[in-house]
Design a protein around this ligand. Structure first.
Ligand code: ADP
Ligand code: DXP
Length: 513
């Protein structure tokens, strides 16, 4: 084969990862260039677009060199990128703002404005992006009111991947996938949504041209081709967002196969063939391709709950684990394992950071429910791990309403290192849980999309040969019955505490130091 290699570039929230992948899905070289996140104020989270651009260029150069491949052997470079970023530029691509990331919270007050005054629910139904400060739609509303100088000067409002492509090719294009996470893009006609544009006062020509995720450009500026060690005519596939590509990368793109990620936060995602939005506004819908859409929901309180247990609740136990030469997480898990499924009736609502899907309640807080004198520290540890799974299960329930029952769960993120936690997920959800071995799932997804864009494959079925299932967990029926009883109580406790969550959050705010 003349061009056996694909380069995948993944613009993440902490680093640019690059991979050289062959046509059998083998990773021949990988590289990661980190860049900092700037938080000059607690509600700001920005990055330097040029730093990210340089990280991509030098990252591609690094993997080309590591894999010792020739420029003529590269089929294409295909892109994955974090969602929800916003950059304002002038006509000459000078930066008017840094890259404002998904984590920036400045626009939080506009959620209410959108919902109550601007028919926000209809905008969500059209665009598939939940009304949340991460959304570029809300960020634009903030800029219009707080930085009119920048807002009026801006030639284009773009995301980080569009910035990279504009630098390389002098063109403003945005793939349907990144566009579908802006809150501004109509999922059904694949155009910028009039109502959303009106809500933020942006004109269509101030946004990039929406293109398919398999769209590709070639003829990059020679200085960048040289810096990457590639030919200038190498095709660059615009690709999609990291979230939807991760689904592809773990092989979760068929009906009933859901991808569950629990890292610091968590998410559940499934693939449907047409865009669907949730009449109850709980879930997102983002494009993978015109005929593949990813629906799902993200939770704030994922693995960070276990970190809280390790660092705040069970510090002595964590220290004991370290003393024994173990990973404290593994030692705490072994303690949790001494307790029966259901933690002898102790339930934890892991809502310490407020919550996104499916409740979207920033005022929610953590609760231990059912504590008795009988319960020990190890019950609390187990209850926290179970509580995170209850959260995932409730998002999964919302998802099933839109896209059908679960056949299998594909697990990834830090929690997939814990057989105990995975088994707990199988027992709570009643579905088998499989762990794929693909660590760079977004990169693998980008490479698949690149092959499709180049006409080298007809569909995504070869992903299944690219990854293997490391191990899987089957539901224990007895435990499933116990968990069913407890999740019912769990859900009722949450709903009955709604007003009290508002009250305690108000108290905490008032007395914040
Ligand atoms: P990030 O989302 O920041 O990339 P990771 O995917 O690495 O993070 O996930 C980190 C989380 O994974 C930790 O907060 C912890 O909850 C969980 N975790 C990590 N190692 C283990 C382990 N050995 N057992 C159980 N959970 C673990
Ligand atoms: C990075 C992150 C979000 C998430 C999207 O956490 O972008 O992946 O899901 P939501 O539900 O927040 O749109």
């Amino acid at each position: 084969l003349q061009k056996p290699y694909i380069i995948a570039a993944d613009l993440g929230t902490t680093s640019a990862k690059t991979l050289v992948i062959d046509r059998d899905g083998r990773v021949l070289a990988s590289n990661s260039n980190e860049y900092p996140l700037h938080t000059p104020r607690p509600d700001m989270a920005e990055q330097d677009p040029d730093e990210i651009f340089q990280a991509v260029v030098s990252g591609i150069q690094a993997v080309v060199a590591k894999a010792r491949i020739l420029p003529s052997q590269v089929l294409c470079v295909s892109f994955s990128s974090a969602m929800h970023s916003l950059i304002a530029v002038d006509r000459d691509l000078n930066l008017l703002t840094p890259c404002i990331t998904f984590a920036d919270n400045r626009s939080v007050a506009y959620v209410k404005t959108l919902k109550e005054e601007l028919n926000g629910h209809q905008i969500y139904m059209n665009t598939g992006t939940p009304l949340h400060p991460m959304s570029p739609l809300l960020k634009l509303m903030w800029f219009r009111d707080h930085r009119p100088d920048i807002f009026e000067q801006a030639y284009k409002f773009i995301g980080i991947k569009e910035y990279v492509f504009a630098k390389l090719f002098g063109q403003f294009v945005v793939d349907y996938s990144i566009a579908s996470a802006t809150g501004l893009f109509n999922l059904r006609n694949l155009r910028w949504d009039e109502q959303a544009l009106e809500a933020c006062g942006v004109r269509e020509e101030q946004l990039s041209e929406p293109v398919s995720t398999v769209h590709h450009l070639s003829g990059m500026k020679p200085q960048y081709a040289e810096a990457m060690g590639l030919h200038a005519d190498t095709p660059f596939v615009v690709g999609a967002s990291d979230g939807v590509l991760a689904n592809l990368g773990v092989g979760a793109f068929e009906p009933g196969v859901y991808a569950v990620t629990i890292g610091t936060s968590g998410a559940v995602r499934g693939v449907v063939r047409e865009p669907v939005t949730d009449p109850k506004g709980r879930l997102f819908c983002y494009a993978l391709k015109e005929d593949f859409w990813v629906v799902g929901g993200a939770i704030n309180n994922g693995g960070i709950m276990f970190r809280w247990v390790r660092d705040q609740l069970a510090t002595a136990e964590a220290e004991e684990g370290r003393r024994r030469g173990l990973d404290p997480y593994d030692y705490l898990t072994s303690l949790a394992e001494e307790v029966a499924a259901g933690s002898d009736g102790l339930i934890f609502l892991p809502l310490l950071a407020g919550e996104r899907a499916p409740y979207w309640n920033a005022n929610a807080r953590g609760v231990f429910f059912g504590l008795s004198l009988y319960h020990q520290k190890k019950h609390m540890i187990r209850a926290v791990l179970e509580g995170v799974v209850y959260r995932i299960h409730s998002v999964l329930g919302a998802l099933e309403e839109l896209s059908g029952p679960t056949r299998e769960i594909r697990a990834s993120g830090g929690f997939a290192r814990s057989p105990f936690w995975l088994q707990c997920m199988a027992d709570v959800t009643g579905s088998s849980v499989a762990v794929p071995n693909s660590i760079e799932s977004s990169g693998l997804g980008a490479a698949q999309l690149g092959m499709l864009a180049m006409g080298e494959i007809k569909d995504f079925s070869s992903v299944h040969n690219w990854m293997q299932i490391q191990h899987s967990h089957r539901t224990d029926d007895g435990n499933y019955q116990l968990y069913k009883q407890l999740t019912n109580i769990y859900n009722r406790v949450y709903h009955q505490l709604k007003d009290e969550f508002d009250a305690i959050a108000a108290y905490q705010q008032e007395h914040a130091k």
